[in-house]
Write a protein that binds this ligand. Structure first.
Ligand code: ATP
Ligand code: MG
Length: 333
């Protein structure tokens, strides 16, 4: 049998998962879990980088993350879910790779630039946070992944991984590390309900997979639309209007969306009508996930056990990669 290609992706246990995760990466994971050998990392060490004084938050969110995975249809017997802190080989690989990255490369990483501003870290950026893009390349390369299904904000991280793998191979004359491809679920980051460029679990602008129908309705009706439109008869702006961005992402009826946009621009449809319809299409997608999430609540122990066993499997694979790297670098005795 031909060896299946590998996927590596994952999340930081900093909060419950939201619709940005669903469209950006979770859906692709479920879609590809048969075709690929899939590895999902619960990045708890990376989560500590900007939450180091709050270990309880990171620990408690691990089970929440696992429940969200199960809810979206991830099969824990097909995909290998694992916990970053249970695979120490990642740190070793990170150290070997760090020679091939530069301080300037991280400084110019557009995602890091945005996150430093969002988190207000400025002059007191922890070194651990600054290093995380390179540590993440070690996550990806510890199983020598071929494909990385992620949201658009992770594009620079996958590009860094490709570059580091290439430099390592070239320097030591080996064909050891893969240059993985990114797979984006959406063309853009899914924006926040407040109009922010990215919905983020640390940004308080999310629709969570675990939100009840009532919470979903409330949030949909709070969505940022066109702030200059006061009356339903005022011509409205579609561009930058989050209700329409979400319609484009969730409403399968393209013709209906295009008609609503036309009516909106001509001041012939109310915001509430757009939002009521949006609530319906979103709820249709999220309702079955909600049901499975409630089921997962009673399975937390079992899911965590599977993640611990998964970590042992990944650790063994990563040991092999780290040893081959040592061999290439003349570090093996
Ligand atoms: P935090 O704010 O704590 O960084 P986050 O919401 O950015 O949380 P992560 O755990 O950092 O979530 O990201 C996990 C995965 O979800 C990554 O692949 C990331 O690209 C994707 N993702 C996160 N937010 C979005 C979004 N708004 N749109 C599309 N994909 C997203
Ligand atoms: Mg993030």
């Amino acid at each position: 049998m031909e060896k299946r290609k590998r996927i590596l992706t994952g999340d930081r246990p900093t909060g419950r998962l939201h619709i940005g995760h669903l469209l950006g990466t979770l859906q692709n994971r479920v879609l590809l879990q048969d075709e690929y050998e899939e590895f999902i990392i619960v990045a708890n060490i990376q989560a500590l980088a900007d939450n180091f004084a709050n270990p309880d938050k990171v620990r408690e969110n691990i089970e929440e993350l696992l429940c969200d995975y199960y809810a979206t249809g991830l099969d824990f017997d097909k995909a290998t879910v694992f916990i970053q802190s249970e695979v120490p080989e990642i740190h070793e690989i990170f150290m070997y790779l760090s020679n091939f990255a530069t301080v300037q490369q991280v400084q110019h990483n557009p995602t890091i630039k945005t996150e430093l501003i969002q988190k207000g870290l400025g002059d007191s950026t922890p070194l651990g946070f600054f290093l995380y893009p390179i540590h993440q390349t070690a996550d990806i390369l510890c199983v020598n992944a071929d494909l990385v299904p992620v949201g658009k904000d992770q594009a620079p991280m996958v590009e860094d991984t490709r570059q580091l793998a290439r430099k390592f191979n070239r320097t030591y004359g080996v064909e050891l590390l893969n240059e993985p491809q990114a797979l984006f679920g959406t063309e853009i980051n899914v924006p926040g309900i407040d109009g922010a460029e990215k919905m983020g679990k640390s940004l308080n602008n999310c629709i969570y997979l675990s939100d009840s129908e009532e919470e979903l309705r409330k949030k949909v009706f709070k969505i940022y639309t066109d702030p200059n439109r006061i009356h339903a008869t005022d011509p409205g702006k579609v561009e930058g209007n989050i209700a329409f961005v979400y319609h484009d992402l969730f409403n399968p009826n393209v013709e209906e969306v295009s008609k609503m946009k036309c009516l909106y621009e001509r001041g012939r449809i109310k915001d509430v009508e757009i939002k009521e319809r949006l609530f319906e299409v979103m709820n249709e997608k999220l309702a079955p996930i909600r049901v499975r999430r409630i089921e997962a609540e009673g399975m937390k122990k079992e899911l965590l056990e599977k993640a611990v066993v998964g970590s042992q499997k990944v650790s063994a694979i990563a040991r092999g990669i780290a040893d081959s790297m040592k061999e290439a670098m003349k570090l093996k005795f």
